[in-house]
Structure formats: C-alpha cells, structure tokens
Design a protein around this ligand. Structure first.
Ligand code: 5AD
Ligand code: FES
Length: 358
C-alpha cells in the first residue's frame, strides 16, 4: 500500500469498504494523520466556519443499574460515592449555564430507575419553559421506544447514546450478558425515527478492540447517519474489571476524529473530556483534527469528582464560570471562536426546513 494510495482513500470515505477502512487505520503514520487533520479542518470550516459549540453537561445522577465492565459508575463499583441532583439543583445549573452563554443543556446520567419517565418529562418541560431558546439533550441510556417518544413530546431535541462498538462479539466482551448489542442499535434507530438529533459513538482502544472493529464502527456510523458522534479514548477506571487495561491513544483518537469528519462533513463532533484527560492539550488537538464541540461540566462542584467514568477525569474542581474562561482561551489558542448558539446540525436543520417549506 503506497502512501499516495492511502491519501486517496481519505477523500473516498463515503464509499470505503471494511477492508479499506481497516487498512487505513493499520497504516496510520504521522504524515497520514497530519494530512487527514488538514482535510478535516478544512471540511469543518466549510460547514461551520470557525465556530465551536458548547454544551452544558449536567451529570445529574451517577446511580446506574448497569454493570458495563469499563465504566467507573457501574452498579457493582462499591467505591463510587453515589449522588442524585434534585430538580431544583438541575434547574439552577441550567440557569447558571444560561447566564454564561450555554444554549444547549445535556442531562446525562446513569440508568437510574429513580428518574422515571414522568420525572424526566417534567424536567425537560421545565427546562424548555425556562429556556425556550435552548436545546435539551438527554443522555440516559437504553429505554423503550415509547419512553423515547414521551421525551420527544416533552420537548427533548437530542439524544446521546454511544453504540460503544458495532461488533456484537466485542460488545459482549465489554458488557455483561444481560445487555444486548442489538437492543442498543435498535434504540439508536428508534431515536432517529422519532426525529431526535441523535448521537452515537464509541471508545477508542477499549479492551479487545481490533482495527477491524473500529472500521466496523465507521461503517455503522455511515449507515446510521447520526447528527452527532462522540468518541474518546478508553481510560481504565479503578474498581472495574478493566482497571488494569491499557488506555486508548491520543493519536488513534485524533485520526478517527478526522476520518469521521471527512465521512460525515456536517456531523457535530465533540473534543471529549476523555481526550483532554489523556493529554493536557487533547481537546485543542481534537479541534484541530476536525472536532467542533466541547462539553464542559455545569454540575455543582460538590458532585463533580463523583461522576468518575474513568480515572483522573479533568475539570472536577473549577466552577462552571471559571471553566468557561479557561475553555474560551483554549478555543482561541487554536484560532477558533466560542459560539453562543444552540449549535444544531446544519444538515438536520435543512432537512426540517425542506419538510415544512415545500
Ligand atoms: N473510558 C472512556 N470512556 C468511558 N465511558 C464510560 N467509561 C469509560 C472509560 N472507562 C464512555 C462510554 C459512555 C460514555 C458516557 O462514556 O462510551 O457511553
Ligand atoms: Fe452505567 Fe454502563 S455502567 S451505563
């Protein structure tokens, strides 16, 4: 495989096969990666200019009934100190965030049975009443299609549910037998059908993952066409079966960000907290490789360090206001600007307009 051959493939991500994607990942080197990042940066600028969208992440419960092998808040991790935010606390986080310029709130939590559909719907409605110009994103795991329908009716705009891996056998390596890969993929298809701006995604370098698995993740994304894709390196978490495993790498994650940007030019692609955790300038490097979203934490300081999906998670100390100052500087350091904007997917918006304005 010549270098030129690989370079050509970067402009053909719309129709590469499983083997071709696998080759690309296996033959990654510094020059290929730099080239991919350059193309990805041009692509994102063409669709979104220099804007970087911010999402206010409210981690409202770390209680989870699931037991994913990689996750620090899994049910059987007895070291995790559990918490739930009250409705008042959640609304106060959002109010604070609004004043700081956030126009999207992401309610993220473990699969916590305390938060029934009624409670979630009430929360969404209240958030939308308080902030009609904001988008509300839910990230609360696998639910029935009926539940998803109720959330949508209550006003939720977006939903994040990483598929984690598009290879069922690998999925079973990462999750207990009680969880099913098919159900997860079905959830994502339901979310799309219900008209959510939908986010899928996966960890890079998770235990047992092969380059072919990653290539399958890319094909999965290309088929599903989610509006958002969240990827970050796997980072071992204390108190989990994978505590002693190796972390995913910065470079592989950056390369995948670039490929995803090239394959899905309009996608909303965060430079994730996990990326910032494995490298002090990880998020900035993510932005330079094609990302256009950052998701700082709006949760109260007192619970920040308790939402530990993995070890050494960053930004567990500062107030949201301090975070935003620091983040603005980081975004500007790579020639970009922070947008006070809902930051909808431009393709989704266009499809909606076409639907209603014919
Ligand atoms: N390392 C990196 N990412 C993780 N996540 C969960 N645990 C870890 C970990 N140890 C990711 C999963 C999940 C998202 C909320 O966080 O992909 O979907
Ligand atoms: Fe909470 Fe997997 S352990 S979703």
């Amino acid at each position: 495989m010549t270098h030129n051959h690989l370079i050509d493939r970067l402009s053909q991500t719309h129709h590469l096969s499983l083997d071709e994607f696998t080759d690309l990942l296996v033959h990654r080197d510094e020059s290929l990666q730099t080239y991919a990042a350059g193309l990805a940066a041009e692509t994102v600028e063409r669709h979104y200019g220099k804007k970087v969208f911010i999402r206010g992440l409210i981690e409202f419960t770390n209680i989870c009934k699931n037991d994913c092998y990689y996750c620090g808040i899994r049910a059987s991790n007895s070291n995790a100190q559990r918490y739930r935010l009250s409705e008042e606390q959640i609304l106060a986080c959002a109010q604070n965030g609004y004043e700081l310029g956030f126009r999207t709130f992401v309610l993220q939590g473990g699969e916590d049975p305390y938060y029934t559909d009624d409670k979630i719907c009430q929360l969404v409605q209240q958030l939308k009443r308080n902030h009609p110009d904001c988008a509300v994103t839910l990230s609360i795991g696998e639910k029935t299609k009926e539940s998803y329908r109720r959330y949508r009716k209550a006003g939720a705009d977006r939903y994040l549910l990483r598929h984690e891996t598009a290879t069922p056998a690998h999925y079973h390596h990462l999750h207990p037998q009680t969880m099913s890969a098919e159900n997860r993929y079905d959830c994502l298809r339901s979310l799309k059908e219900l008209g959510f701006q939908t986010g899928a995604g996966f960890m890079v370098g998770s235990p047992g993952q092969t380059p072919e698995d990653l290539a399958r993740d890319l094909l999965f994304l290309r088929e599903l066409q989610p509006e958002m894709v969240g990827i970050g390196p796997f980072i071992p978490a204390a108190g989990t079966p994978f505590a002693q495993e190796k972390a995913g790498t910065l470079d592989e994650t950056l390369f995948l960000l670039s490929i995803i940007r090239l394959m899905m030019p309009e996608v909303l692609l965060p430079a994730t907290t996990a990326l910032g955790t494995i490298d002090p300038r990880g998020r900035e490097k993510g932005l330079l490789a094609g990302a256009n979203v950052v998701m700082p934490n709006l949760s109260p300081k007192s619970v920040r360090n308790k939402y530990q999906l993995y070890d050494n998670k960053i930004c567990t100390g500062e107030e949201a206001a301090e975070c935003i100052v620091c983040l603005t500087k980081r975004i500007e350091s790579v020639g970009r600007e922070l947008a006070v904007d809902r930051g909808d997917n431009v393709r989704y918006t266009k499809q909606k307009e076409d639907q209603y304005c014919v």
